[in-house]
Design a protein around this ligand. Structure first.
Ligand SMILES: Nc1nc2c(c(=O)[nH]1)N[C@H]1C(S)=C(S)[C@@H](COP(=O)(O)O)O[C@H]1N2
Ligand SMILES: [Mo]
Length: 368
């Protein structure tokens, strides 16, 4: 008999010298990253925001779409978009980053969506806060997890499923968690979860369930695939691991000068140059960014702009550099108020999650 196992790939690590395959390229072409020059925008234009879609973008009619609130609640609710839009409206500027960002730079490389450093964006999300809705439904005292289900369906490592992710009740009830129907002031685009998605500020992307159709309260821990099998930090296949949750600190450099088409190495003219970029953390505010222009031999402090978007949005940093002719490797390193900082050695795990190893930008300073 034919089974889904025949079409579904197991998780695996690439061989030491194995190149990116056509299957990984197929994923990379669907799930694009932010062009790094777009780090110039404080609010990422919707079309430049990164994308990650496990299965297909579902075909949903906003007019007929509803979301159910059920499970361990006293009064189950069914809400349509008009009901949600009639509720108090809140906007948060939120840095969203895929938990797999940095995966393709790991050695050995976990075979999956091959992100380098570009799986990030900083958009404005508008919607109805989740907590008052769940309280209206009458949350049971013994509630443990809240499961969010999307309208998309697929197979992953042999497991057929709707995309589902659960949050512990305390995290789901945080006031910043939104049922978002707008991105940057316009209705959600199909690829970003239209007509409705969850936004969990501070958490890696997998928690922000798109095409949301159901919210269900459980009195037992959720054991679904995306929580129990995927999105865990494991050292090997047998390791039960720990869940991937909040975003580790990271700074990115907006690549200076102009690029070589193929290598994307930067060409820069000699002289004073203001390097800049963005820094964020889902744990605590970023308190410092340091820059190296010599591949990590020495680090110097960058200046941080005033925060522009609240506690869940990235912050711009700047660094004055006197660029002399030669070849350089530039990096920036963020530290947050919890004391977390970016490693200079890869933080390896089998799924390739939360790799916030510092970025390396090759620059050639060449006189005209
Ligand atoms: N229903 C559903 N929600 C989803 C996903 C998905 O495949 N299906 N992908 C998740 C992952 S892994 C990420 S990183 C973010 C990406 O959100 P974006 O595409 O709007 O940037 O959506 C999350 N929400
Ligand atoms: Mo992701």
């Amino acid at each position: 008999m034919t089974t889904v196992d025949e079409v579904s790939r197991p998780s695996r690590l690439a061989e030491p010298d194995e190149a990116i395959s056509a299957e990984e390229l197929q994923l990379a072409a669907r799930n694009h990253g932010i062009p790094l020059e777009a780090l110039r925008y404080d609010v990422t234009p919707a079309g430049l925001h990164y994308l990650l879609i496990h299965y297909d973008i579902p075909d949903l009619d906003p007019a007929g779409h509803t979301v159910r609130v059920d499970g361990a609640v006293a009064r189950p609710l069914t809400l349509d978009l008009a009901d949600l839009r009639a509720r108090p409206r809140v906007t948060h500027r939120v840095t969203l980053e895929c938990a797999g960002n940095g995966r393709a730079l790991l050695h050995p490389r976990p075979v999956s969506q091959p992100w380098l450093v570009e799986a990030v964006g900083n958009a404005e999300w508008t919607g109805a806060p989740l907590a008052p809705l769940v309280r209206e439904a009458g949350l049971d005292a013994d509630a443990v997890d809240v499961v969010f289900t999307g309208a998309d369906h697929g197979v992953e490592r042999g497991v057929e499923q709707d995309y589902q992710r659960a949050l512990p009740v305390a995290d789901a009830l945080r006031e910043e968690v939104l049922l978002a129907y707008e991105m940057n002031g316009a209705p959600l685009l199909p690829q970003h979860g239209a007509p409705l998605r969850l936004i969990v500020p501070g958490w890696y992307g997998m928690a922000h369930v798109k095409w949301l159709r159901s919210i269900s309260v459980l009195t037992e821990p959720f054991t679904g695939y995306q929580n129990a099998v995927a999105y865990r930090l494991r050292q090997d296949a047998e390791d039960p691991g720990v869940p991937v949750t909040r975003i580790e600190p990271r700074a990115l450099v907006r690549p200076p000068g102009f690029p070589d088409f193929m290598s994307r190495a930067r060409v820069l003219r000699p002289g004073r140059c203001t390097l800049d970029g963005r820094a964020w953390s889902g744990h605590a505010p970023v308190v410092a960014v340091e820059v190296t222009t010599d591949g990590g031999a020495t680090w110097a402090p960058a200046t941080l702009d005033e925060p522009t978007g609240g506690e869940f949005a990235w912050r711009r940093w700047r660094y004055e550099w006197d660029a002399r002719p030669g070849r350089y490797v530039l990096s920036a390193r963020a530290t947050d108020a919890s004391g977390r900082t970016q490693p200079v050695e890869q933080p390896w795990n089998r799924g390739g999650f939360a790799n916030n190893l510092v970025q390396r930008v090759d620059v050639a300073v060449i006189p005209t």
